[in-house]
Write a protein that binds this ligand. Structure first.
Ligand code: 2B7
Length: 634
């Protein structure tokens, strides 16, 4: 009796359809489609590793930038004759389009979920492809052009070990631009090494003459460490939650709570990065939420007065989810959001008990996590309260509930209204008297503002000075930020012209950059330029911003002959209100510096180095610039 079932039927076709409609098979003929060819061949090597036969994968991007060689040390593609076609298995794999069904007998686990149909597609779309196999003590080779064999498979010599090597050059008559992006390939290979722990993946870039090797014994746990370090996130607990499920569907998950203020979970399906919002991520969220809530409830850790939201539970959460499934369905504009509905409950019911068990068996970690979550909830409430505070009108006067220290202007909300954030009460007093009270508001801050770098919203909002600033601005912060609610057209930092003043301005800017970045990108933040010196020469008065400015003015107007009276201000507080108006506040005569971000990544790094906890980074930064600083001092 035949055991032949519909499941085993394989529809075999030539490669013409692939060349006619390449987009149907690889998504397009642009850069994404071009790189797709690499992923297809790479998938076959990864499959061989996943099945336990290969442990090394090597990829070489050749000097021309348009051809690639992939090799593995697996069993080698079979070279024996296929009974039905009287062609070698290798030739069939590269020249016949396998649409559906299973090509191999038994279960051949696949990475990309394409059942290994990729090799023939890549061959069809390559102007040249060479496959070389080491098996049973011999090397076998076969070459193709545009999917057609150039010569029969032939034995080219003796060999030790086994494996497969595929060289290909995509067809320039199909792809408008045949140029691989080394960084893209490299990144994908690194991820492969994390997803498949223990597999050694090397990448050689011939043009750059560089070679890197990726190998991670701890897989996703190693990946998580890298992500956490890259994001400068301080972990809430040392040991991450690691969950692996080896039965189908294979699932790997690592999670760690950090003090970062956002959630950062990366997901992969069959080794391919997936957009957030897929059914697997929904399942993770559901399981995670239930596990944490169950833990909190059974241990009676529920905080008084605040309810924990799903977002609170995931604030600062960093993780990686990797999933392997038979038939992934994708949706969304870029076709990278997983849409298999059954996956939601699969992940949910895998994550919940595992995470709950982990929390119960690691009470120290669990308590730190719960503490972090409660802090997030409190911060959210405080942030909302700060926002509500400014929008809430008092019952009696119908006015806004602003900080007592704020001397508001009579026309907030106007495009030409300004909030001066001033260091110290005495300077605040001078500014209050000297200002244009219709358009200019004054918020004095007492003493040094705290350093907010690396700090959570919760901690930041515990600080009265900063909470008052957020209240006065009216635009909320973090998730509740809304630029349209900003109560002033400009936010101007007014600090002394000395190094102490610069320090305070830096602390304020650090806070704004980290917690109200859209104020800066919206062009709303400025630095006032108060003078450091008053210079009287005869009947004329000049204001100098710093020592160099003073010397320039002296040279220009006194030039060694006339007598000059020079007064150095100890601080804004000792300036007469009228003088402060003339030099610093009056829009017609003052100078303002607008705060801009030229390069996000660089700014981020510099702030982290200068303001972060890592004192050695700060020291390196200062030493690197010691010479510049000395020059400025003379
Ligand atoms: C479904 C097809 C594509 N295949 C095999 C065996 C090993 C093997 C491959 C491969 C890419 C670049 C170097 C199976 C599977 C074909 O059937 S493909 N290794 N590596 C690969 O393509 N690397 C195989 C059973 C027994 N012996 C060998």
């Amino acid at each position: 009796m035949s055991t032949y079932t519909a499941k085993d039927i394989t529809v075999l076709e030539g490669l013409e359809p692939v060349r006619k409609r390449p987009g149907m098979y690889i998504g397009g003929v642009g850069a994404t489609g071009l790189h797709h060819l690499v992923w297809e061949i790479l998938d076959n090597a990864v499959d061989e590793a996943m099945n336990g036969f290969a442990s090394n994968i090597a990829v070489t991007l050749h000097a021309d930038g348009s051809s690639i060689t992939v090799s593995d040390d697996g069993r080698g593609i079979p070279v024996d004759k296929h009974a039905a076609t009287r062609k070698s298995a290798l030739e069939v794999i590269f020249t016949v389009l396998h649409a559906g069904g299973k090509f191999e007998q038994g279960n051949y686990k696949t990475a990309g979920g394409l059942h290994g149909v990729g090799a023939s597609v890549v061959n069809a779309l390559s102007s040249e492809l060479r496959a070389s196999v080491k098996r049973d003590g011999a090397v076998w080779e076969m070459s193709f052009k545009r999917g057609k064999p150039v010569a029969p498979l032939r034995k080219t010599g003796p060999a030790r070990g086994s494996g497969t090597t595929v060289y290909f050059h995509p067809d320039p008559t199909i792809f408008p631009k045949v140029e691989f992006d080394a960084a893209v390939v490299r990144e994908r290979l690194e991820i492969v090494s994390y997803i498949h722990k223990g597999v050694r993946v090397t990448f050689e870039d011939e043009a750059e003459k560089t070679k890197v090797a990726f190998e991670h014994q701890e897989g996703l746990a190693d990946y998580l460490r890298k992500i956490v370090a890259e994001r400068n996130a301080k972990p809430v607990h040392e040991t991450a939650f690691v969950h692996a499920r080896d039965t189908a569907p294979r699932l790997d998950l690592v999670l760690q709570w950090t003090e970062a203020t956002d959630e950062h979970v990366r997901s992969y399906v069959n080794g391919i990065p997936t957009a957030s919002g897929g059914t697997h991520e929904s399942g993770l969220r559901a399981g995670l939420g239930k596990a944490v809530r169950n833990y909190i409830d059974t241990h009676n850790l529920s905080p008084k007065g605040v309810t924990l939201s799903a977002e609170d539970i995931r604030e600062g959460l960093t993780g990686v989810l990797s999933l392997f499934i038979e038939e992934p369905q994708f949706q969304g504009q870029t076709k990278d959001r997983l849409n298999n509905p059954e996956i939601l409950s699969v992940i949910d019911s895998a994550v919940r008990p595992a995470l709950e068990h982990w929390l119960n068996h690691n009470p120290t970690i669990a308590d730190a996590v719960v503490g972090r979550i409660i802090l997030a909830a409190r911060a959210r409430e405080a942030s909302r309260a700060a926002q509500a505070e400014v929008t809430r009108k008092t019952a009696t006067t119908g006015r806004l509930n602003l900080p007592g220290k704020l001397s508001d202007c009579t026309s907030p909300g106007r495009e030409d209204s300004e909030l001066f954030v001033v260091e110290g009460d005495s300077a605040g007093g001078s500014a209050k008297q000297g200002r244009d009270r219709v358009r200019q508001a004054i918020l004095p801050l007492r003493g040094k503002v705290m350093n907010t770098e690396g700090m959570t919203f919760a901690k930041v909002l515990e600080n009265k000075e900063l909470a008052d600033l957020v209240t006065a601005l009216g635009c909320g912060m973090g998730k509740t930020f809304e630029l349209s609610r900003l109560r002033y057209g400009r936010v101007i930092i007014l600090a002394d012209a000395d190094s102490d003043g610069h320090h305070i301005a830096t602390l304020l800017l650090t806070f704004i950059y980290r917690h109200l970045p859209h104020l800066i990108t919206g062009g709303k933040v400025f630095l006032a330029q108060p003078p450091l010196y008053r210079i009287d020469i005869g009947k004329n008065t000049f204001w100098a911003l710093d020592d160099a400015h003073r010397d320039r003015l002296l040279k220009l107007y006194a030039n060694g002959r006339a007598h000059a009276d020079i007064t150095r201000f100890k601080g804004l507080g000792e300036m007469m209100p009228k003088v402060l108006w003339e030099t610093t506040l009056n829009p017609k005569t003052r100078r303002l510096l607008r705060v801009e971000i030229l390069d996000q990544v660089v700014t981020d790094r510099v702030i982290n180095e200068l303001m972060g906890k890592d004192a050695s980074a700060r020291f390196r930064f200062i030493m690197d610039r010691a010479e510049e600083a000395q020059e400025l001092d003379v």
